[in-house]
Design a protein around this ligand. Structure first.
Ligand SMILES: [Zn+2]
Length: 463
């Protein structure tokens, strides 16, 4: 039975830890047992996570600095796992006061009156995490609080704490408060935030109240906004004991693991989605190329969400073909990649390019991505072997809406090419062969070994 009043709680020996101590205690016990602390976070085990652990052990508030789509929000939300399953608080308290030492006026009075009979309630950990996206229109009332006119009308004095309607941060007392895009908070709100966190003062409309809150503060920001002079008031910056820099996946494999984990496609009855490894690598590689492209604003970055959205779009384009051609297997191929332009556009900040130029630049990025992935599969000698039977009388046609079996018929006419197609596939089926064939042909073309003519929506490769 869970304790229902202060007396029972004391008897149960419930701890008297601050939020920071509680999180540290739970982290230490996870570290001892080797439990995964941040499940679902890919590629940060050597870089970001050790820094987070240090920060928690040090009892620091943390700011995550990184470009968009680097799992900053997800990291912040993962801190919920470091909270106790449940904690007791004084029943009816708006700010979750600890039964041992309340900070709000109502509960202090109640404790004095009731003593060990003080009624307590329990709160589970998900209710102790609050997240707010900083925007310029966030107000002091939202974050800190405001005078409640109804309470004033009831005859309370303005300076009385009991007239305050608490905002999100006081309500996060003994919990985690996470602010996304911290530099977007107006300066006066930053001042209010700082006073509350550090000086433990609430300042509302000229009234000052002392309220010793315990809040574990997390924040995120774009690194350039954060270091930009004047965007963050210095004392608030000082408040964060640790700055943790996030990053994009270090390699295709990490990016693909994230795509596999996050993509929301479901196979429909009777249709099977199979995406060859090289297609996923190309999708990851497109994001990689975009992340270093001079015509893309790297300050805001290229989110991993672009890889996920591109994957979903490319597979959907393949699915549309399967429906049209009544093919049961859904296998994306090179000719589906152009569909990704739609899912990429909104995720990239171009340096003032015209729309047509954006399209051309995106195509160039896709070509470079294919070239790199192709190079990882085909050495110079493998290219020679592939081309051995590809004489100048031969040509192969491909297109987005060509049935898979037509690819199989064509490739059989060139045995050396057929061998290479089979070599890069783990399984064989008409749709997989079509995909591998397009990949190899386009790779050879980008290496300058095959000519490609585009006629309508059809591509014709010849030597
Ligand atoms: Zn209270």
């Amino acid at each position: 039975m869970k304790p229902k009043n202060l007396g029972e709680l004391k008897q149960s020996g419930f701890h008297d830890l601050s939020i920071r101590q509680e999180i540290r205690k739970n982290l230490v016990s996870k570290l001892k047992t080797g439990e995964t602390i941040f499940p679902d976070i890919i590629g940060y085990y050597q870089t970001v996570i050790p820094k987070i652990i240090n920060a928690v052990l040090a009892g620091h508030d943390i700011i995550f600095l990184g470009e968009r789509g680097q799992a900053k929000s997800r990291l912040m939300r993962s801190f919920v796992n470091l909270l106790d399953e449940e904690i007791p608080f004084i029943e009816g308290c708006e700010i979750n006061d600890h039964p041992y030492h309340p900070v709000c006026r109502r509960c202090k009075a109640l404790l004095k009156k009731k003593g060990d009979a003080l009624p307590i309630a329990w709160k589970n950990r998900s209710g102790r995490y609050t997240e707010k996206l900083a925007t310029p229109d966030v107000t002091i009332a939202d974050l800190i609080g405001e005078i409640d006119p109804i309470k004033v009308a009831e005859g309370r004095y303005l300076a009385d704490e009991l007239t305050i309607h608490f905002g999100l941060i006081p309500r996060s007392h003994r919990g985690i408060f996470a602010i996304n895009e911290l530099p977007d908070l107006a300066e006066k709100i930053q001042v209010g935030l700082f006073n509350l966190m550090q000086e433990r003062d609430i300042q509302i409309r000229g009234f000052n109240l002392r309220l010793p809150l315990e809040v574990f503060l997390l924040a995120s920001a774009n690194p350039e906004d954060y270091t930009n002079r004047g965007r963050i008031i210095t004392p608030l910056k000082d408040r964060f004991g640790s700055e943790v820099r996030t990053h994009y996946p270090a390699n295709w494999t990490d990016e693909i693991t994230i795509i596999n984990q996050e993509q929301k496609l479901v196979s429909l009855d009777g249709y099977q989605i199979i995406t060859p490894r090289f297609m996923k690598e190309i999708i990851a590689s497109i994001s990689y190329e975009a992340r270093s492209h001079p015509e893309i604003d790297q300050r805001s970055g290229v989110s991993v969400r672009m890889s996920i959205a591109n994957y979903e779009t490319i597979v959907s384009n393949a699915f549309r073909r399967s429906l049209r051609l009544q093919e049961r297997e859904v296998v994306p191929r090179i000719s589906d990649l152009s569909a990704a332009f739609a899912s990429s556009l909104g995720k990239i900040e171009w340096f003032g390019l015209e729309e047509k130029r954006e399209d051309q630049t995106f195509r160039a990025i896709v070509r470079e991505a294919i070239r790199k992935v192709f190079a990882s599969y085909f050495s110079d000698s493998a290219i020679e072997e592939t081309l051995a039977d590809f004489d100048h009388h031969k040509k192969i046609r491909v297109s987005e809406d060509m049935p898979a079996k037509k690819y199989g018929e064509q490739v059989k006419t060139i045995p050396s090419l057929h061998t290479s197609v089979e070599r890069i596939l783990e399984k064989h089926s008409p749709a997989l062969i079509a995909s591998a064939l397009e990949f190899i042909l386009e790779g050879l073309h980008l290496r300058g070994r095959l000519n490609k003519e585009e006629v309508g929506n059809e591509g014709v490769y010849r030597s």
